[in-house]
Design a protein around this ligand. Structure first.
Ligand SMILES: Cc1cc2nc3c(=O)[nH]c(=O)nc-3n(C[C@H](O)[C@H](O)[C@H](O)COP(=O)(O)OP(=O)(O)OC[C@H]3O[C@@H](n4cnc5c(N)ncnc54)[C@H](O)[C@@H]3O)c2cc1C
Length: 418
């Protein structure tokens, strides 16, 4: 079958790879000059199975609303966005109740574990240079109460497959000696031994290269303007380089996906949520931790990328499709990092920071939307949110299953388009 995939981020490229394995003739279309130049370009790098709890969880809507009054919110909402996002916001609030949030956590966790297995399978099958770090993730806490809450959340997921170990402050410092300067401010940590990290951009580029060598066509610098319907089916894509036909189409355009679905009269509940990342050469801090560290209080993540770079990432901001970095936010990210690792204060020059900003495609409930839409030959693979690098590999296999009509390895309820 001829399949056109819209989007060459991690989700689109992994989808193309799975479709290729199923024997389809695949074309990937992207407006950028190469793969993974938008949200998949410079993310935190964690394969973060432990972060399966969706953002829509008890307490988050209240804290977010208080953020409008000036308190530090988990998600910063620019008031001008409220009229355009009210429906998504309402769904988010409803999904944040205890029972739905738990159901959504189970759906995301199931996919995260499955996706990790597919990532390992791909890594074994192919030679992909993306600097994986297979040492687990350490999450540190400043308050005992918050830590006990996080342990309870992790413990509830153990029967579903999550693996964790509670660490004292001294055990955290033994694992990551760079934490020693903040020893007196730490309440302890949680180590997730099965997690890993790696360069999502490098992985996507390498996988795109492999796909290209095996016959997948990449149409870069090509903007998809419209999905054109003929009766119950899509007939073609209207693009900046002319019309493109296929037997089936996969929408994997990240945060832009709802804009393309809209002209078919379909509402995709995916909101762009802006995040920031900063990347430094390792020479800035040769003794940097050799594994990812997340700070619960300061809300940032750190990951070494291979042997030559360091990345910090954070923030969730509802600001529409604006990806321009703001200087005070960039500096705040660097400062929160230096708050945990003060040894960096003399090594990072705030005036010279070069941030990368991009838009996570976030669904109100948490799980992504994967499978056939109301239009017969249009499939969705969108909405992986803050976990796109973690969930992409499994999502891609599920999308490929739905196109070929194969029974999937995991229960699809929770992901299928409403
Ligand atoms: C700061 C930050 C840190 C993160 N950290 C992590 C992490 O540690 N672990 C994790 O699992 N996830 C993380 N994420 C989330 C992850 O990066 C995203 O979920 C993932 O990159 C989304 O991939 P995607 O392929 O759906 O979207 P994208 O990578 O944005 O790809 C979509 C593609 O579609 C193309 N496109 C869009 N519209 C059109 C059009 N009309 N025509 C043609 N092409 C089009 C774009 O050019 C783009 O290449 C993080 C995100 C952020 C912002």
């Amino acid at each position: 079958m001829k399949v056109a995939v819209i989007g060459a981020g991690i989700v689109g490229v992994t989808t193309a790879y799975q479709l290729l394995r199923d024997g389809h003739e695949v074309t990937v279309i992207d407006r950028q000059p190469g793969p993974a130049l938008e949200c998949s370009h410079a993310n935190g790098g964690y394969v973060a199975i432990s972060q399966a709890v969706p953002w829509s969880q008890p307490g988050v809507p209240t804290k977010t609303l208080l953020g409008l009054l000036g308190k530090a919110p988990p998600i910063l909402v620019h008031p001008g966005q409220i009229p355009a996002m009210w429906r998504w916001g309402l769904e988010f609030i409803l999904a944040s109740r205890v029972a739905p949030s738990w159901e959504n956590t189970k759906d995301v966790l199931r996919l995260a574990l499955y996706s990790h297995a597919i990532l390992k399978e791909t890594r074994e099958r192919e030679t992909i240079a993306y600097a994986p770090i297979l040492k687990g993730t350490l999450k540190v806490f400043s308050e005992q109460e918050t830590m006990q809450g996080a342990i309870a959340v992790s413990q509830s997921q153990v029967p579903l497959g999550l693996n964790y170990e509670e660490l004292s402050t001294e055990q955290c410092v033994a694992m990551v000696p760079a934490l020693s300067l903040r020893r007196d401010q730490l309440a302890g940590g949680i180590h997730y031994p099965d997690e890993e990290a790696g360069d999502c951009f490098a992985f996507t580029c390498e996988l795109a290269r492999i796909c290209g060598e095996r016959g997948v066509r990449f149409e870069f610098n090509t903007l998809v303007r419209r999905l054109v319907r003929d009766g119950a089916r899509l007939s073609h894509l209207e693009t900046s380089k002319g019309d493109m036909k296929a037997d089936a189409f996969v929408l994997a355009a990240g945060a832009e996906s709802p804009l393309l679905a809209r002209n078919l009269g379909m509402r995709l509940p995916v909101l762009p949520v802006k995040g920031y990342s900063l990347t430094f050469p390792r020479s800035v801090w040769p003794e940097a931790p050799d594994r990812p560290v997340l700070d619960e209080k300061r809300k940032f993540g750190f990951a070494p990328l291979g042997t030559d770079r360091l990345r910090m990432s954070g923030f969730a901001e509802i600001a529409g499709y604006d990806t321009r970095p703001e200087k005070h936010r960039t500096e705040a990210l660097a400062r929160s990092f230096m708050g945990l690792f003060p040894q960096l204060e003399t090594r990072i020059n705030l005036a010279e920071l070069k941030p990368f900003c991009c838009l996570r495609p976030v669904t109100p409930k948490g799980p992504p939307i994967i499978g056939r839409s109301q239009v017969e030959n249009l499939y969705f693979n969108v909405g992986q949110g803050h976990l796109g690098w973690t969930l992409a590999h499994g999502s891609a296999r599920l999308a490929a299953d739905s196109i070929i009509g194969r029974t999937s390895d995991i229960d699809l309820r929770g992901y299928v388009p409403a």
